[in-house]
Design a protein around this ligand. Sequence first.
Ligand code: COA
Length: 146
Amino acid sequence: MEVARYSELTPRDRADAQRTLQANAVDLDLEKESALPHARIWVSRLEGQSVGCVLVVWAVADELQIMQVATRPEFKRKGLADSLLRTLVNHARQQRSRWLLLEVRQSNSPAIKLYEKYGFLQTRVRRHYYSNPSEDGIDMALKLEP
Ligand SMILES: CC(C)(COP(=O)(O)OP(=O)(O)OC[C@H]1O[C@@H](n2cnc3c(N)ncnc32)[C@H](O)[C@@H]1OP(=O)(O)O)[C@@H](O)C(=O)NCCC(=O)NCCS
């Protein structure tokens, strides 16, 4: 596979990154997210190709909340989300965040396996947290040592 490149979202990437979310039925407006002072958005792109994976994070106090991560269907299982997660964990350590947090659908085993690979633990079940379809949510957390 071509070498993937990681960078923060630029206005030029936005429409392409939005398509990656849409292809995964993710309802998140990247234009609105980009305008939030506490939001950071990273993308991975394969050389000469469009955005393959999008990661949206909110920084709140000493916590980083993963709002979304999604890979374009044709680029799945090629290590793109893996590399973005590694980039995020390194970034979190550098800026001395204490926690990485997220919520995920209970049935979303690809995402749960991805987070567990990085040491996230399941901390709480939120009954009927999601709708359309209704489903429990799992809180996951990774504590970063100071
Ligand atoms: C979850 C998701 C982001 C993974 O993206 P990806 O780029 O295909 O993932 P990678 O190829 O980097 O895989 C990294 C790790 O994730 C896990 N994983 C990813 N897809 C998996 C699958 N279909 N089944 C099991 N584990 C999976 C594995 O642990 C994998 O590590 P491994 O290759 O060493 O086994 C992708 O499936 C996706 O876009 N899902 C839809 C959006 C979504 O549900 N986001 C999560 C919201 S909380």
